[in-house]
Write a protein that binds this ligand. Structure first.
Ligand code: HC1
Ligand code: SF4
Length: 579
């Protein structure tokens, strides 16, 4: 260890530590802008570019950026003297001088880190106001790039390249025209972007935001000719409360339902129902593939890959077009829900397809893109009309002046609101495959599980594996979250070296609980862990914990679908993939 002094405080630090880390470790806060640390994932963005974190080091002529300056024995550092404060203020004024002044109408207003710093430093005028860069806006089905608001912190580039290995974003051009953009400055829609939304999660300003569909939802709600149905994704209930000052990990399922009713939705249903349905179809497919594989059928592809995450689906369509027959053909729960709502449910309530509007509340931005895909439409009418994020819903609830924490707990409507504990754990990494194991085990062995939890499938490690014993049939299960981890498992499949029978993949670190549409957390692991624990708790509290025991699912097959994998189930609940 070496000893340094920061703000007259003697501090011990490991060699190689930066001044910023040593200071923060000792409880001394230094403001930052471009610096970003992905908690315990070992990934750090520190281009040392913004210069907001400068400090004075005794004996050095220039101020030092604390995020990239390593501590040295005997160093004496001032983090907040007048010289440092003046420099930070000047740097901030320079950054703002090339930033649009439309805070009042900016999607990030109130949650923008640049705006927070301007407030903190009391910026009231700009001595450097002059020329500003002007760049076109780029709107994709899920994400808007408003590059005039980019401060070149390069966090998005770090997450897209280092965590997701997608490589859709990198810095191009020089001077005023320097931006972070897809190659050849093409639109995001034409790039390999998966719409995972992780760049939006880490962007400090309004340069990357989601496409907001709440206006269209409002229009549908105010149209008396429309019946509006809403479905809520598993992970939303574990995070929405954070937007209203509640502790991370507070389960707000009942309040979520109550709020949606007050907003005027005609039926409040649960994507967890769709998740149970996914398990019926995907679990059956898994068992059939394994039986075929064990019987030596050369046409059977193993491992089966889960297919409910649209960011992940985009990723393999772009990067592994030679493996399109490996993923399960089962649609995602969002889309299965939509297909059933616009057929079975519409028929039940006597509403024409075109008069039924299906809205989903999702933690995910790729879901916006997913519901616009052509294969999920009938004569141009989508199975899911609009997908809005957890953040968009929170804004909607605030606009309607609903006292969210004060709402009573209410129940979902029947029949598409009934779900099992297996459905709710879909939102956690490992949850989809655990839900599948609960059902596949019982269908395969004909016996009841003594214990429904498969703890061996849980955890936060980026790649995990476990062997699950189905009464002598040993299934090797792989799990990856974050697309960089997924790529490693997929490379093994491509090389014929994969040992797995089934692999679950989720694009976002931690699974949907940290989707690109969730309340901003900067991917802090503590918050993600609490959301994860909340979903496992929701499962424990459920009376029914296996998808195949959900009475509304059993009725749906009896009244409408027949058996899992039946021709009708196939046409409504399965899909195909495109290179
Ligand atoms: Fe997900 Fe899924 S779990 S993809 O993460 O399979 O978004 O929450 O809704 O569709 O159920 C997201 C979450 C979600 C689907 C389910
Ligand atoms: Fe990269 Fe995901 Fe952002 Fe697309 S949405 S640019 S894949 S981080």
């Amino acid at each position: 260890k070496i000893t340094i002094t920061i703000d007259n405080k003697r501090i011990e630090a490991e060699p190689g530590t930066t001044i910023l880390k040593a200071a923060r470790g000792a409880g001394i806060e230094i403001p930052t802008l471009c610096h970003f640390e992905m908690c315990d994932m070992g990934i750090e963005n520190r281009p040392g570019g913004c210069r907001i974190c400068v400090v004075e080091v005794e004996g050095r002529r220039n101020l030092a950026p604390s995020c990239v300056t390593e501590v040295q024995e005997g160093m004496v550092v001032s983090t907040h003297n007048i010289r440092v404060l003046n420099a930070r203020k000047t740097v901030l004024q320079l950054i703002i001088s090339d930033h649009p002044f439309d805070c009042l109408v900016c999607a990030k207003s109130g949650q923008c880190e640049l705006q927070h710093l301007a407030t903190q430093f009391g910026i009231r005028s700009l001595p450097y106001a002059g020329e500003q860069s002007r760049y076109r806006k780029d709107t994709s089905p899920s994400i808007i790039r408003d590059v005039d608001k980019c401060i070149l912190c390069r966090r998005c580039e770090m997450v897209c390249n280092d965590v997701q290995t997608v490589g859709a974003l990198s810095a191009v051009n020089r001077g005023f025209m320097a931006v972070v953009a897809p190659a050849f400055e093409m639109n995001l829609e034409k790039s390999p972007c998966t719409y995972c939304g992780q760049c939006v999660s880490v962007c400090p300003t309004g340069a990357l935001t989601e496409v907001d569909h709440s206006y269209e939802v409002l229009q549908a709600l105010s149209n008396p000719k429309k019946t509006v149905v809403v479905q809520t994704a598993p992970a939303v209930r574990a995070a929405l409360g954070e937007e209203f000052g509640m502790e991370p990990g507070t389960l707000v399922t009942g309040k979520l339902v109550a709020a949606l009713r007050r907003l005027g939705f005609d039926y409040v249903f649960d994507t967890d129902f769709g998740a149970d349905l996914t398990i019926m179809e995907e679990g059956t497919e898994l068992l059939n593939r394994i039986k075929g594989y064990l019987a030596g059928d050369p046409n059977v592809r193993i491992p089966l890959l889960t297919s409910c995450c649209p960011g992940w689906v985009n990723f393999f369509e772009h990067n592994f077009p030679d493996l399109l027959d490996v993923p399960s053909t089962a649609k995602s729960p969002q889309q299965m829900f939509g297909a059933i709502a616009k057929t079975y449910f519409a028929e039940k309530i006597g509403v024409k397809r075109e008069d039924l509007v299906v809205v989903s509340i999702m933690p995910c931005l790729a879901k916006k893109y997913e519901c616009q895909r052509d294969e999920f439409k009938v004569d141009g009418n989508p199975d899911v009309d609009y997908s809005i994020s957890t953040r968009e819903l929170a804004a909607f609830i605030r606009q309607a002046n609903i006292d969210f924490p004060g709402l009573p707990d209410e129940e979902y409507d029947d029949p598409l609101g009934e779900s099992s504990g297996a459905g709710v754990i879909f939102g956690n990494t490992g949850g989809v495959i655990e839900a599948a194991c609960r059902t596949a085990y019982e269908l395969y062995t004909g016996r009841s599980l003594d214990r429904v939890e498969f703890h061996e499938l849980r955890g936060m490690a980026g790649i995990r594996s476990a062997t699950v014993d189905f009464d002598g049939l040993k299934l090797n299960i792989g799990i990856a979250h974050g697309l960089g981890n997924a790529r490693k498992l997929l490379d093994e499949v491509r090389a014929g070296r994969s040992q797995y029978h089934a692999i679950e993949i989720m694009a976002c670190p931690g699974g949907c609980i940290s989707g690109g549409g969730q309340p901003y957390t900067h991917l802090k692991e503590e918050i993600l862990k609490r959301r994860t624990a909340a979903l496992y708790m929701a499962d424990e509290r459920k009376r029914i914990r296996k998808s195949h025991e959900n009475p509304s699912i059993i009725r749906l097959y009896k009244e409408f679908l027949g058996e899992p994998g039946s021709p009708r189930a196939h046409s409504l609940l399965h899909t195909e993939y495109f290179p």
